[in-house]
Write a protein that binds this ligand. Structure first.
Ligand SMILES: C[S@@+](CC[C@H](N)C(=O)[O-])C[C@H]1O[C@@H](n2cnc3c(N)ncnc32)[C@H](O)[C@@H]1O
Length: 303
């Protein structure tokens, strides 16, 4: 897929796009990223791209001349999108639409980065095909916003990711947030991963992940759940089942921790009486192990 970026800071784009996933996609020919310097097409010895706003006011405005000259000279891919806080909000659905502008349906798209106080309105009215915003916030320029779009689109292109499943099994692809992820070690600073993930039972793991994705989305993004018409009866039953199992497991762990504490108290009393010394390197009492998901607290004593 071809993506043209028009900017007065081409180095910002080139630098980021040289590494990691986007860099690999370029090297592999999956992404044909072309960066164009608007200054190269600006008139005069100073290659000035901006001017003060008509009507007065602070700052400068990117002038239409260099932008149109660049578009005429490099013939960037259509559609061209201007990055703008007032544009269409980019979300994963928009990213999928943008990725679909590449082969086989089309060649790709272009991104025009504003700077200063923005871009002369006539560019938005007569030159570009649409406007994109990465959120209700104001950046100093469109370059970071363009890179957000480039990266999000690129990871959807076939061959861009090492693991093709990665892009399909992700937050927002099914209108849900992703389930929590864990890696080794199984217990880190006393925080254990959910035991189901160590069970080796792929069916149970899949059900747990689904339930966690549903629950996390219900708690954090009820708007996404509402947008998909709520939970089905099966989904609600799955969430209830997994939550009940988690509660039972937590109660069991708490009971075991209580027992361990009582045992330790007994041993300490015995040691105090000088009848038996406490074993060195004793395990951290389970009671000191914070629940999964608990905020980082003081590190448990090594025992
Ligand atoms: C300082 S901003 C201009 C803000 C403009 N004066 C306004 O109030 O809407 C300069 C450039 O940064 C880019 N930009 C800033 N925030 C953005 C956002 N949320 N999404 C996309 N582009 C953004 C646009 O290209 C914009 O022309």
């Amino acid at each position: 897929m071809r993506i043209d970026v028009l900017t007065i800071f081409p180095d910002l784009i080139e630098h980021y796009a040289a590494s990691a996933m986007v860099g690999r996609a370029r090297a592999a020919g999956v992404l044909d990223l072309r960066v164009h310097d608007l200054r190269s097409f600006a008139p005069g010895p100073h290659r000035s791209v901006d001017d003060s706003p008509f009507g007065g006011g602070a700052g400068m405005v990117l002038a239409p001349g260099p932008i149109v000259a660049t578009v005429d000279a490099v013939q960037p891919c259509r559609p061209i999108f201007l990055l703008s806080p007032g544009g269409r909000r980019v979300d994963q659905q928009v990213v999928e639409e943008l990725a679909a502008l590449g082969p086989p349906a089309g060649e790709g798209l272009s991104l025009l980065c504003g700077r200063y106080e923005g871009v002369d309105q006539r560019i938005a009215d007569h030159v570009v095909d649409g406007e994109l915003s990465i959120g209700d916030l104001v950046l100093a320029g469109g370059e970071l916003a363009a890179l957000v779009v480039v990266e999000a689109v690129t990871r959807l292109l076939p061959g861009a990711l090492g693991n093709e499943g990665s892009a399909a099994d992700e937050s927002f692809t099914e209108g849900l947030l992703e389930y929590p992820q864990y890696t080794r070690p199984a217990v880190f600073e006393g925080w254990a991963v959910p035991s189901v993930l160590l069970s080796g039972d792929h069916g149970r793991v899949a059900r747990w992940r689904r339930a966690m994705a549903l629950r996390r989305t219900m708690v954090r993004r009820p708007d996404l759940i509402a947008a998909r018409g709520g939970l089905s009866a099966d989904e609600q039953a799955l969430v209830d089942e997994i939550l009940a199992a988690e509660a039972a497991e937590a109660a069991e762990a708490a009971e075991a921790a209580e027992a361990a504490k009582r045992e330790e108290g007994l041993r300490a009393a015995e040691a105090a009486e000088g009848r038996q010394a406490a074993p060195t390197g004793a395990a951290v009492p389970l009671a000191d192990v914070p629940a999964v998901g608990a905020r980082r607290g003081p590190r448990p004593s090594p025992g």
